[in-house]
Ligand binder design. Structure first.
Ligand code: SF4
Length: 323
């Protein structure tokens, strides 16, 4: 591990000043510290944002504003989240381990890096870690890789469970730039597809600080999160589905579905949501939703099993959410 400076300011102005000098933000450090030990990331200067007062959860226009440094454990246990956004609580509890959830923060969860094993192997070619070196995963051992949104340069999955539920809930990330100006980003605008620059994962500029996440009133009370993985706990998703559904007169009035384990970013497909809206639930409809979801899937060799798996998980989740 290389030497680095560490600073823990008490106010945002000091954090922004450090960011303008090129510092990297850290909070729980559950991913960044590992990456530093492996010298995959080697910041000269860390600014700990855990004392900036970003650890509250409060009401916001009928929805909820969640501070960037709220831990995953506190967020999952919050009574307002459990009551109104159970899909988020369940997704959080499906991620990592209890110890990690006690440290990991909301913003850190959004910004965690992929768990592609070649990204962590500094002897392997990896365009995400070392741009222009190639992709050892293509033609290598493939299982936890993406079948949607990949490119010939990278097919790494986004690993977060929380972000999948946030995507189904239409969350917006609130960001402060190093000059103090603020903006809000839908998750669709936060996460980039890999294209030919897989090392650039988000639309955040250097020095941007995520301060909070805003959840609108959910579109429906029926919420399900289901995650299929290789073992019962402490494993990343092979396929996961978050569903938020509103039923009316026995029909699906509105649906918002998001997917993990399939895409290079937390995946949402407006055509799937549109297909379900106004329809009576049933097996044929759910099969059609799976077809639409996977119409552009390009499973690299070794990940083909995700096609039938995704269809089955989607069908099970929709059956549960609409009965
Ligand atoms: Fe690197 Fe992406 Fe290829 Fe994995 S899939 S080795 S992260 S370029």
């Amino acid at each position: 591990m290389r030497p680095f400076d560490y600073q823990r300011p008490d106010d945002r102005d000091a954090a922004h000043a450090a960011a303008r000098d090129g510092a990297t933000f850290i909070a729980g450090g559950t991913n960044l510290v590992d990456l530093m030990k492996l010298e995959i990331m080697a910041p000269d200067r860390l600014v700990d944002v855990s004392r900036l007062g970003l650890d509250g959860i409060g009401d916001a226009d009928g929805g909820l504003r969640i501070g960037a440094t709220v831990t995953n454990s506190d967020l999952a246990a919050d009574p307002r989240v459990r009551r109104t956004y159970p899909v988020l609580s369940r997704a959080l509890l499906a991620g990592a381990s209890g110890q990690l959830r006690n440290k990991a923060t909301t913003a850190g969860n959004f910004l965690q890096r992929t768990r592609c094993p070649y990204f962590y192997d500094t002897d392997a070619a990896c365009n995400k870690r070392a741009p222009g070196t190639g992709c050892a995963a293509l033609g290598g051992e493939m299982r936890n890789h993406a079948i949607l949104g990949g490119s010939q340069h990278c097919v790494a999955l986004h690993p977060s469970d929380m972000a999948v539920a946030m995507r189904a809930l239409d969350a917006e990330v609130e960001v402060e730039a190093a000059d103090g100006t603020s903006r809000a980003l839908a998750l669709d605008d936060l996460y980039r597809l890999p294209g030919d620059t897989p090392h650039i994962e988000t639309s955040l500029a250097p020095g941007d600080l995520i301060t909070s996440v805003r959840l609108p009133v959910p579109l429906g009370e029926r919420q399900v999160y289901r995650k299929v993985r290789d073992r019962a706990s402490y494993a990343f998703a092979l396929v996961s589905v978050a569903a938020v559904v509103r039923m009316e007169g026995g029909r699906i009035a509105e649906a918002a579905l998001a997917f993990g384990g399939l895409g290079t970013r937390p995946w949402r497909d407006a055509e799937v949501d549109a297909l379900l809206a106004g329809e009576a639930p049933g097996e044929a409809l759910f099969d059609k939703a799976g077809e639409v979801l996977l119409r552009d899937a390009e499973p690299p060799e070794g990940t083909e099993f995700k096609l039938p798996l995704a269809r089955r998980v989607l069908k099970a989740v929709l059956t549960e959410a609409t009965r």
